[in-house]
Design a binder for this molecule. Structure first.
Ligand code: DGT
Ligand code: CA
Ligand code: CA
Ligand code: ZN
Length: 583
């Protein structure tokens, strides 16, 4: 975590603790300051070193808050925060991660029942104590109980989009270190799972201890958890990072082993046993001449591979299975039958079909977004700002008149652009599956994205009906972030994906894989249902600024985890082919 993020997190905790005590106004100013400090491009410690006045330059940070920033940078503590924590000794972050539980609820439940942790909250809900507290009822209690497992999981797992950049920074560092011959990520991060328990990194080196030392010296390490001659674990940027060091000859077998998943590996190992082979992190061995292969050492038998990962699969007459597929969801059977999907590749996407500008809640102009796409080498971009309607707060969305005005602005920008520009809209799906924009306006736009932004706690049946109706709307081209989930934050809708996928395929409406790492919506399994039903998918960043255009890769790898092939993805097509698909 950067120091800016650290300070922001502390201000947010103060806001929560104050709010829990029914303090007015102050929580809002702490939250606003937190947001601006987090986003501020200058390291907060540099500003603090210049003095309080420099800190006050940040929007929303006045004299009092600037003093606290300086205090934190100088002492590592904020006295007022420590006092607040003493007054209300609760695990605020954990408790408020339960949907429906805010700081005020935490304060009330602490006063009434002394609840300080998730475990205590769960026990109280289970024992029916919460419904007895004034202002609470049986319904609230059962909601809390239902949402606790989700919150608990959210506390434990990092977003792919947070973990990946940390791992890549570490790989750059390790690959430049003398003792390191090769380095790669393994584990769930290499499989691009949407959340990550810990970061696994594998290094090939003939001088193991020196490689471990280099890792421990990485500047981002905050805490050394354990270390030995060939492995170590640390905390860095608020994540656990595990390092393994192997000799170069065993890099392939170790990479295969530590990439997992465990189920995939168990399945492979059983295939190996059937052929008198033994597979482990040290290699693949022919053990037909070995008396008792289970009892003999790990490296017993005749080694037939392990320097590369491909050799491990080759020993079983299998093609290399892409890491994203290694979940034991049928990929081994497919590999045996020669029917592995020909997965979409990152470089095959030719444009983004869902982006925002400062006409709605984006941060940049139409021209800047187009230039950003051009710079990335894309062939086209779709400008699709929010329309007004259910789920849009604070006048963010455009009404029909403004959308018409925007048509001229987009046409003007398109005329000056070197890439193709589509003009679209992100319309909101209302409770019945209708869209929040007039049909005449929808008909004039190139691309209509229909997204759910409200009613995200509807039951399965209701949700499915509503999404199917949106997909079948004659003007809808893409169903945007179909479930509306926010990973670790909000479960979103849980539609019957089979029904939705069939409806989308029939209506020729694309289903979005929203690439924002907080969303990844559709998720991997839903993508698989979609493509099996013959639906088309569209991988979009939903970028609210050019800085978010590179998030596309998270969508690509999620689609790969859903077995998506190139031809099934709308935006692998040329602009002309997208236009004819739209007609
Ligand atoms: P995570 O960290 O929870 O997101 O998931 P992974 O898959 O990264 O799991 P992790 O970090 O516990 O272990 C990394 C890989 O090491 C795992 O995917 C497969 C391999 N592995 C770990 N423990 C075992 C085991 O007991 N048996 C087998 N076959 N493989 C294991
Ligand atoms: Ca892991
Ligand atoms: Ca691990
Ligand atoms: Zn959007």
């Amino acid at each position: 975590m950067s120091r800016n993020a650290e300070v922001a997190a502390r201000f947010e905790e103060m806001a929560d603790l104050l709010e829990a005590q029914d303090v007015e106004y102050k929580p809002r100013s702490y939250r606003r300051a937190a947001e601006n400090i987090r986003e501020h491009p200058t390291p907060i410690e540099d500003l603090a070193a210049e003095g309080k006045a420099a800190v006050e330059e940040i929007d929303g940070v006045g004299d009092a808050l600037a003093s606290k920033v300086v205090e934190y940078v100088e002492t590592g503590e904020i006295e007022e925060l420590e006092d607040l924590r003493d007054q209300l000794p609760v695990d605020m972050a954990a408790l408020t991660s339960v949907e429906g539980v805010g700081p005020k609820t935490v304060g009330t439940l602490y006063e009434a029942l002394g609840i300080t942790t998730l475990d205590e909250l769960e026990a109280a809900a289970r024992d029916g104590e919460i419904r007895e507290v004034s202002g609470f009822g049986a319904k609230t209690e059962s909601n809390i109980l239902e949402n606790i497992p989700f919150a608990r999981q959210a506390q434990e797992r990092e977003l792919l989009g947070d973990a990946r950049p940390v791992a890549e920074e570490l790989l750059d560092y390790l690959r430049a270190a003398d003792p390191v011959e090769r380095a790669d990520v393994a584990g769930s991060l290499r499989r691009w799972r949407e959340t990550i328990g810990d970061v696994d990194v594998l290094v090939a080196s003939s001088t193991g201890e020196a490689a471990v030392d280099a890792f421990l010296d990485w500047a981002a390490v905050d805490e050394r958890i354990e270390s030995g001659t060939t492995k170590a674990s640390v905390r860095a940027r608020d994540m656990r990072v595990d390092l393994r060091v192997v000799v170069p000859e065993e890099f392939g077998s170790a990479l295969q082993y530590f990439t997992g998943s465990k189920d995939h590996n168990v399945h492979l190992r059983n295939l190996a046993i059937d052929r008198d082979l033994k597979m482990n992190e040290y290699g693949v061995f022919d053990v037909s001449e070995v008396e008792d292969a289970d009892e003999a050492g790990q490296r017993a038998g005749r080694r037939i591979g392990g320097e590369t990962e491909a050799e491990m699969y080759d020993a079983l007459d299998l093609p290399l299975v892409p890491p994203e597929l290694r979940e034991d969801r049928g990929e081994i059977e497919a590999a045996q039958a020669g029917e592995l999907p020909d997965l979409l590749e990152a470089g095959e996407l030719r444009g983004d079909l869902h982006t925002h500008t400062d006409w709605s809640d984006g941060g940049e102009s139409i021209e800047t977004m187009i230039a950003g796409a051009d710079e990335r080498g894309d062939d086209y971009i779709c400008i699709s700002d929010h329309a007004t309607g259910p789920g849009m707060v604070g006048g963010v969305g455009l009404d029909d008149g403004e959308l018409r005005e925007q048509m001229d602005a987009v046409a003007e920008a398109a005329a000056d652009a070197d890439i193709d520009v589509f003009h679209g809209v992100e319309a909101n799906i209302d409770a019945d599956g209708g869209l929040s924009v007039g049909d005449d306006v929808l008909a004039e736009l190139d691309i209509v994205i229909a997204s759910p932004h409200s009613g995200l706690d509807a039951d399965r049946e209701v949700a499915t009906d509503r999404l199917v109706a949106a997909v079948e709307h004659p003007e809808t081209d893409i169903l945007g972030h179909p479930t509306g989930r926010l990973i670790n934050d909000r479960p979103g809708l849980a539609p019957d994906m089979d029904r939705l996928a069939v409806a989308a395929a029939d209506a020729k409406t694309a289903l979005e894989v929203n690439a924002n790492p907080h969303r990844l919506d559709l998720n991997d399994e839903a993508v698989r249902t979609a493509v099996e039903a013959g639906a088309t998918i569209a991988i979009n960043t939903d970028a609210h600024g050019t800085g978010e255009l590179p998030l596309r890769r998270y969508g690509v790898h999620t689609a790969r985890r859903g077995w998506a092939e190139t031809g099934e993805v709308l935006n692998t097509r040329s602009a002309a082919d997208v236009r004819s698909w739209l007609e």
